[in-house]
Design a protein around this ligand. Sequence first.
Ligand SMILES: [Zn+2]
Ligand SMILES: [Zn+2]
Length: 136
Amino acid sequence: MNDDLTTGQCLCEAVKFRKSGTFEAFFLCHCSRCRKDTGTAHAANLFSSKATITWLSGTDRIRTFTLPGSRHAKSFCSTCGSALPIALPGADVLVVPAGCLDSPIDLRPTAHICVADRATWDNDLDAIAKMDGLPG
Ligand SMILES: [Zn+2]
Ligand SMILES: [Zn+2]
């Protein structure tokens, strides 16, 4: 995969970007903050200290929320709410939500993290039924 061809966009397609550089880690975070801001069991974020994002469109739609008193921050499209890449303030690291990328990701998740803080229903999820489409 040519890194310079890695692209992504939000659900309403207003915000588009291209990523240059490689990711160093891919964490699935089960903490309560990530569960709130994704609305699901865990965040799936790619991390890089060197990669950069070039915004191709829609920068006027991008909003960023930083949880007061923490480094927890999230960028999202103000029209559709989709998660977007963010350069974490003060941390010198780029965080890219895996779901906003349209290109294949050639990195396996590194680890589940903050597992002790996971949702009460987040156990043995591999063991439940898997359907290829919507439930009939
Ligand atoms: Zn959008
Ligand atoms: Zn988290």
